[in-house]
Write a protein that binds this ligand. Structure first.
Ligand code: ADE
Length: 356
């Protein structure tokens, strides 16, 4: 029987059917969790918890750009989903008091889409491209001169009568975000002259502080131990902490409890099928499949994906980073390998010849 377990994929799954029209792209993608993200999103630097080194670097970069009266140079943020790449971009726009236009790699299908976005920017705007690893090659090639010299080279017509026109663009800052930096072509990567920043997983204490801040915004009473328990099951990820907090709030409300405490949090997690390490039934299914069907691996991503009926990109971008962070899975040249820690977590005996 499949139970109504928590599926983080809904929270952080790579978008597959992004609208193609420019107006929709600029409006951004919808969904309950996007709205939730926006309500809880820090509005000031002081409210943004964690990622201290990135914040320090960005503040210098922004201060210097403001003093010169220029837009900052292009920036690239990478790291697992839900760690706050978009939030950082919004904070930068706010700090500079400029508009931010939001789009994503898969939404820019044609050169014309990009041309329309770029030519509609106002001077000093920020263009935020999420999922930048999914930009197609043709679009990337138009982006290079736009980033480097602020010009747009467009080919009009075909064959012998084709000609190139060059449009000057308003000065702008591109902020790109990706969960898969290795998939960006190196010419694109090298054009982020302002810097490339890797967002790290948060620690439990930071996530606890984020949960307490979010609870305040949501008008929910929560005590310290309950907030810490949410932190421990949040996969070191603020977006998941906020999601779990909301579910705990629902549970407490329905059970007429004024305070979210350890007991109601534990009951909520039981209901959601989130275990003490924050693994969902989907994560456990991956581990179980790896161990029970493939003797612990190594097994290729494609095979694993078929065995668990989950998209490769979801396994790679959503489930694996955390399983790797926990030391439950290793990526080897021959495929995915379950570690003894994974066996232990599932209450299974690791094979004799593995080292703990
Ligand atoms: N909500 C999501 N990410 C956050 C962060 N880094 N700090 C505070 N609140 C957040």
């Amino acid at each position: 029987m499949s139970s109504p377990k928590n599926n983080y994929n809904n929270l952080v799954k790579p978008a597959r059917n992004t609208p193609a029209t420019t107006s929709k792209m600029l409006a951004g993608v919808g969904g309950e969790d996007k709205i939730l993200d926006q309500t809880l999103r820090p509005q000031k630097w002081e409210e943004y918890i964690g990622q201290e080194s990135i914040k320090k670097n960005l503040k210098i970069l922004l201060e210097a750009a403001k003093e010169r009266g220029e837009p900052p140079e292009h920036l690239l943020f990478y790291g697992p989903a839900g760690l706050g790449k978009t939030t950082l971009a919004y904070l930068i726009a706010k700090e500079l008091n400029v508009q931010m236009k939001v789009t994503s790699g898969p939404a820019i299908e044609r050169v014309g889409d990009l041309a329309s976005i770029l030519t509609n920017l106002t001077p000093k705007d920020i263009l935020f491209i999420d999922e930048a690893h999914r930009l197609n090659k043709m679009i990337e090639e138009v982006l290079y001169p736009a980033m480097e010299s602020g010009s747009l080279d467009i080919i009009i017509g075909k064959g012998p009568s084709a000609r190139t026109i060059q449009l000057d663009l308003p000065p702008f800052t591109l902020i790109a975000a990706t969960t898969r930096i290795a998939m960006l072509s190196s010419p694109l990567r090298s054009r982020f002259s302002g810097g490339t920043f890797r967002l790290d997983f948060y620690n439990d204490d930071e996530i606890k502080r984020i949960a307490l801040r979010s609870a305040k915004i949501l008008n929910a009473d929560i005590n310290g131990p309950a907030a810490m328990e949410i932190a421990k099951r949040s996969r070191f990820t603020p977006r998941i902490a906020n999601h779990l907090l909301k579910r705990c709030r629902d549970y407490a409300q329905v059970h007429k409890k004024d305070l979210i405490d350890l007991e109601s949090v534990a009951q909520t997690f039981e209901l959601l099928g989130v275990d003490e390490k924050g693994l969902s039934s989907y994560d456990r299914r991956i581990l179980e499949s790896l161990i029970d069907k493939f003797g612990g691996g190594p097994v290729g991503l494609q095979t694993l994906s078929s065995a668990v009926a989950e998209e490769e990109a979801t396994i790679e971008e959503v489930c694996e980073p955390y399983l790797i962070q926990l030391g439950f899975i290793e990526r080897t040249p021959r495929g995915r390998l379950a570690t003894p820690h994974a066996y232990k977590h599932l209450g299974k005996n690791p094979p004799q010849n593995t080292l703990i």
